[in-house]
Ligand binder design. Structure first.
Ligand SMILES: CC(C)(COP(=O)(O)OP(=O)(O)OC[C@H]1O[C@@H](n2cnc3c(N)ncnc32)[C@H](O)[C@@H]1OP(=O)(O)O)[C@@H](O)C(=O)NCCC(=O)NCCS
Length: 182
């Protein structure tokens, strides 16, 4: 799956050929990412990144979700994907991250917009969720910019760095998204 967003930006389904470059991006941004993403501490060499990619390919084959590389000016800038697809409830959750030098220019808002669109138009899902830690304002701004509904705060929802954190849950529904794009 490839989605062209504009002349500098595209989403490309993750594959093992990207492992070295993706590990380098993770390693170069360890300090920036570590604050929010628990898997960073467990990613210590390229074979850890390969394990992630293999699991992602399996998930994709089983139609339980997928992960895309965000390619900006022909370089990997980050990852966005569907954490899982709950087929019984027709709902999925989007997760994302960028290398620090790629932040502040709208890459994630644009990527999240096309992926949300893909969820409704191609996958025919009914709802897309984005969950952000309550202190992660940069992350919350993305669903807010795209018109997602703030559904509420889930108390003590994640446990990371030896503490529990509240999470804000945002949702977008197919009928609301279609209304905006008509
Ligand atoms: C969360 C994260 C992806 C947000 O990155 P970001 O750069 O703020 O998001 P975007 O790429 O959408 O860029 C938005 C910024 O670009 C600016 N911008 C410029 N052009 C823009 C455009 N066309 N559209 C939207 N925003 C634009 C916005 O004003 C905003 O800048 P600001 O933060 O100074 O207000 C990033 O901080 C990150 O990877 N953090 C670490 C991992 C993480 O937290 N992941 C999420 C876990 S829930």
């Amino acid at each position: 799956m490839n989605i062209i967003i504009d002349k500098n930006l595209k989403l490309e389904l993750i594959s093992l050929s990207h492992a070295d470059e993706l590990y380098r991006l993770t390693d170069d941004n360890r300090k920036f990412l570590n604050k929010w993403l628990p898997w960073v501490k467990q990613t210590n060499n390229v074979s850890d990144t390969k394990d992630f990619i293999r699991n992602s390919i399996k998930k994709s084959k089983e139609k339980n979700g997928f992960d895309c590389l965000i390619i900006y000016n022909n370089k990997i800038a980050g990852v966005i994907g569907l954490v899982e697809i709950n087929k019984a409830r027709n709902v999925t959750e989007i997760g994302y991250w960028l290398g620090e030098k790629y932040t502040g220019i709208g890459i994630m808002t644009k990527s999240c917009k096309v992926l949300t669109d893909h969820c409704f138009k191609e996958l025919k899902l009914n709802r897309v969720i984005i969950k952000c830690e309550i202190s992660n304002k940069a992350s919350q701004h993305i669903p807010e910019r795209l018109g997602y509904f703030k559904q509420g705060v889930m108390k003590r929802d994640s446990f990371y760095n030896q503490k529990y954190e509240d999470n804000v849950q945002y949702s977008m529904f197919k009928r609301e998204w279609n209304k905006d794009s008509e």
